[in-house]
Design a protein around this ligand. Structure first.
Ligand code: GUN
Length: 296
């Protein structure tokens, strides 16, 4: 039997993709609309190649159109900006994702700035970050939105809860603050320079770990019964010679003994991220066609 404290991100993502598949079928039948997602990969980073392949596979499996664009590692910023401009104009493309990190020499901010905010399914454009921060309709970064969905599914109304986020990245930490604030949590954002990080973490009803440091958050940093969301995906050497394994930012074996609920690594937040990307593409397509947004 599975441990009821473990939040099964894989099952949650499957459920979300099943709803999306139904919605996409309806959009096709009723409006002749097939949402399309373009993913751009520059270079040959092995982890990025796996992500991009999975994104393409899952997009198609939900009945949407997937467009994959690959540029060589030595592609110029001009070439990438010209591809983004072409995708901005393409009516079959409702969502654009440029896989990060980009090779040295390409300015990430310039590339994100060039994406039409209405097609920015990563939610990284300043227009979307500004809208999210001010409570206006935005496209919201996939990983933190997936975390919020899992928290609300597990805990219901989050009003009044103490949330502590460890990590202040633009992709996870900062948008997570806006999302948890909008869900009426009391939010603390901590980071590597915070004084007495264990004491800050112990205050949390909801602890979101997004620091990128393997197993940094120990069991005795966790308040008994707290809900722990581990966003970390860190590859470390395994016991078997020459092999590696994935671990989160939380020392799972210690944490699971204390937490009320916890996302495992792998199988927690990771699977949700792509499912939310597909959700954002459907939302973007509906908005671009003036259709009501699906309630997901
Ligand atoms: N690289 C790692 N995570 C992400 C993400 O969520 N979006 C993009 N564009 N690149 C990534």
């Amino acid at each position: 039997m599975t441990d009821p404290r473990i939040i099964d991100g894989k099952a949650f993502a499957e459920k979300l993709r099943a709803s999306l598949t139904q919605i996409v079928t309806g959009l096709k039948q009723d409006h002749g609309l097939v949402p399309g997602l373009a993913v751009v990969l520059v270079g040959e980073d092995p982890a990025s190649q796996i992500y991009v392949r999975n994104k393409a596979k899952q997009t198609a499996a939900c009945g949407m159109r997937s467009f994959e664009h690959r540029l060589p590692a030595d592609a110029s910023q001009t070439a990438l900006l010209s591809l983004v401009a072409q995708l901005n104009e393409d009516p079959a493309v409702h969502g654009i994702l440029v896989q990060l990190p980009l090779p040295a020499g390409i300015d990430e901010h310039a590339v994100i700035d060039a994406i039409n905010p209405a097609k920015d399914v990563d939610g990284f454009h300043v227009v979307n970050t500004g809208r999210l921060a001010t409570g206006a309709p935005a496209l919201t970064p996939c990983t933190p939105l997936g975390c919020l969905m899992m928290l609300q599914d597990r805990l219901g109304d989050l009003s009044g809860m103490e949330a502590v986020i460890v990590g202040r990245s633009n992709i996870v930490g900062k948008p997570m603050v806006a999302l948890l604030l909008s869900a009426n949590c009391t939010v603390t954002i901590a980071h590597s320079r915070s004084r007495d990080l264990p004491a800050i973490c112990r205050r949390a009803d909801i602890l979101v770990a997004a620091v990128g440091r393997p197993e940094m958050i120990r069991g005795d940093w966790i308040r008994p019964g707290a809900t722990v969301i581990d966003v970390g995906i860190n590859r470390v050497p395994s016991e078997t010679e020459g092999k590696t394994r994935l671990v989160g930012d939380v020392a799972f074996a210690e944490a699971v003994a204390v937490a009320g609920a916890i996302t495992p690594v792998p199988g927690g937040v990771g699977p949700m991220t792509i499912a939310v990307l597909l959700r954002n593409t459907v939302v973007a397509a509906c908005r671009q066609h003036g259709l009501p947004e699906p309630a997901i």
